[in-house]
Design a protein around this ligand. Structure first.
Ligand SMILES: Nc1nc2c(ncn2[C@@H]2O[C@H](COP(=O)(O)OP(=O)(O)O)[C@@H](O)[C@H]2O)c(=O)[nH]1
Ligand SMILES: [Mg+2]
Length: 174
C-alpha cells in the first residue's frame, strides 16, 4: 500500500525481561518458554494493521540487552519513533535499570520520542517483587504510558500496548 505509514519502534530493557516475547506475542500471537537471547538485533515487520484509519507498517528493531552489543544497539535506535521499555515484575533491578536504558535510547533517537513502560511476566504473580504502583509512578515520572502484561498469557492488553504507542507516534508526526 503506497500510503502506508512506516513506523520504526525499538525495545529496551535488561536481558530476559521479555522484550522479544512481547513483540512475538503481538506479531505472531505465539510464545516460547525457551530463552534464545537476541544476538544483536531481531528485525520484525508487521504489515496490514489499521490504526486511526491509517495503514501502518511497523518495523521492530528488537535489540539485545547486553553490554557487548552496546555500540551496535545504538545504531538501531537511529530514526526510531518509539520504544517499549520493558522490566520484569519478579526482578526489581530491571525496573531500576530502565533509567539507563531510556537514557541510552534517548541519546540516539531523541528526547521527544514516545516511550511506553511495560511490567512483564504478571503470570508469575507469586514471585512478584515490583508493585504495580511503583511501575505506574515511574512511568508517570517519564510522561509515559504504563501497562502490566504477560507475554506468556497474552490477552487484550497486548494489542492495546501497541495501538497506544502507534497512536501517540502518529499524533507526534502528523
Ligand atoms: N512466565 C513468563 N515468562 C516469560 C514471559 N515473557 C518472557 N518470558 C520468558 O523469559 C525469557 C526471556 O524472554 P525474552 O523475550 O527472550 O527476553 P528478552 O531478552 O528481553 O528479549 C524466556 O525464557 C521467555 O520464555 C512472561 O510473560 N511470563
Ligand atoms: Mg530479546
Amino acid at each position: 500500500m503506497s500510503n502506508e505509514v512506516i513506523i520504526k519502534l525499538n525495545s529496551v530493557g535488561t536481558f530476559a525481561v521479555g522484550k522479544t516475547s512481547l513483540i512475538r506475542r503481538y506479531t505472531e500471537n505465539s510464545f516460547s518458554e525457551d530463552y534464545l537471547p537476541t544476538l544483536g538485533v531481531d528485525i520484525t515487520v508487521k504489515r496490514g494493521i489499521i490504526i486511526d484509519a491509517k495503514p501502518i507498517r511497523l518495523v521492530f528493531m528488537d535489540t539485545a540487552g547486553e553490554e557487548k552489543f552496546g555500540s551496535l544497539r545504538r545504531t538501531y535506535f537511529e530514526g526510531s519513533l518509539g520504544c517499549l521499555a520493558v522490566y520484569d515484575i519478579t526482578r526489581p533491578d530491571t525496573l531500576n535499570d530502565l533509567n539507563r536504558w531510556i537514557r541510552e535510547y534517548q541519546e540516539v533517537a531523541g528526547k521527544d520520542k514516545v516511550i511506553s513502560i511495560i511490567g512483564n511476566k504478571i503470570d508469575l504473580a507469586e514471585r512478584r517483587e515490583v508493585k504495580q504502583i511503583d511501575g505506574q509512578r515511574y512511568a508517570r515520572s517519564k510522561g509515559s504510558s504504563f501497562y502490566e502484561a504477560s507475554a506468556k498469557f497474552g490477552g487484550k492488553v497486548i494489542p492495546l500496548i501497541f495501538q497506544d504507542i502507534v497512536q501517540k507516534v502518529l499524533r507526534q508526526i502528523s
